[in-house]
Ligand binder design. Structure first.
Ligand code: FAD
Length: 306
């Protein structure tokens, strides 16, 4: 028999969103269980940038500090495990974990982040998080003024090209197959001096994680010092969908301003429930959602007295 937990709130996911929610709920004297399997999307990187007071912190170090600070609140428990099923209704949810633990909670918070799907480019895994990134706000500063390759196609390529121009003027678009750009879009890129290569990518050449060149199937070789690419994403967990929560086509749980999903008692926060994809935004949404959950718990308890 596995361990059994009774909590006011079960938080599934222990990244910036889940940990921030745990802090607010712990300080509000709620019994919390944080279930986390420890596979955040940014585990490929060495540094998290743009989080005020923590600029450049390693993702693991961020979590370590958060867990250490949460130790001050004895009503917060941690379970290093994967939640594999969720059932029940508002006031009485049950979560089962891969390790055999059973958690009963009045409210559920999904802070499960997003998951990268393979993009199928040879050599990309060797450089992802070291010299290939997905978001200029996160890693553009470190690659400022460098020669970069932007791997994306269609309207998304144009959007990312406009954004990248804020960090460097030296970049080419590699569409890895049909460019899916209109004539107007191609002319716009040409006006801004952005070359477009539409041959499929054969391989990314790198040394110790640092990209050196991108070989194309037409024999050309694009030298570069860094890459930004359009990732393919999926929901971090299918559990919100299995409980009946409304989820967008892209895998984002649909929530209100306080993180409430379409299913009573079920909340979502962080990357799982927004497309901001920034650690500080995820933490802020976790905090806001925790306040929403706490308000609902206080209200339920108040109303239960007759
Ligand atoms: C390469 C890369 C670089 C980045 N760099 C930066 C940066 O420099 N600055 C910045 O602000 N942001 C950066 N980000 C974005 C940032 O990582 C995310 O916005 C942030 O981590 C989101 O926090 P979260 O708590 O919502 O989700 P996550 O941090 O992804 O945490 C979700 C957690 O939930 C767990 N989980 C999922 N399903 C289950 C389950 N069923 N049971 C138990 N646990 C589960 C996961 O294992 C994970 O630990 C980067 C992202 C990537 C991919």
């Amino acid at each position: 028999m596995g361990e059994k937990f009774e909590a006011d709130v079960a938080i599934i996911g222990g990244g910036p969103a889940g940990l921030s929610a745990a802090l607010v709920l712990g300080r509000a004297r709620k019994r919390v269980v944080v279930i986390d399997e420890g596979r955040p999307r940014n585990r490929v990187t060495k540094e998290t940038h743009g989080f005020l007071t923590r600029d450049g912190v390693a993702p693991g170090e961020f979590r370590r500090i958060a867990r250490e600070q949460l130790r001050a609140y004895p009503s917060v428990a941690f379970l290093e495990d994967a939640a594999v099923s969720a059932a029940g209704t508002d006031g009485d949810f049950r979560i089962a974990t891969a390790g055999g633990a059973a958690v009963r909670a009045k409210k559920l918070l999904f802070a499960v982040g997003m998951r990268d799907l393979p993009v199928g480019i040879s050599g990309l895994n060797d450089v992802y998080g070291k010299s290939a990134f997905v978001c200029p706000y996160c890693d553009g500063w470190e690659l400022r003024d460098r020669w970069l390759a932007l791997i994306a196609k269609g309207a998304r390529a144009l959007h990312m090209a406009k954004m990248l121009a804020g960090w460097t003027r030296n970049y080419a678009i590699l569409t890895n197959g049909p460019h899916e750009l209109t004539d107007e879009q191609l002319q716009e890129l040409s006006r801004h001096g952005v070359p477009v290569f539409d041959a499929p990518i054969r391989h990314i050449v790198s040394s110790e994680g640092m990209v050196e060149a991108i070989l194309l199937e037409d024999g050309r070789n694009v030298a570069c010092e860094g890459i930004f690419f359009a990732p393919k994403l999926a929901a971090g967990s299918e559990l919100p969908r299995s409980l009946g929560c409304r989820v967008t086509e892209g895998g984002t749980v649909v929530v209100d301003a306080f993180g409430k999903s379409s299913v009573p008692g079920v909340y979502a926060a962080g990357d799982a429930a927004s497309e901001l994809y920034q650690a500080i935004s995820a933490a802020a949404l976790g905090s806001l959602t925790a306040a929403g959950i706490n308000n609902e718990l206080l209200h339920d308890a108040w109303e239960a007295v007759n």
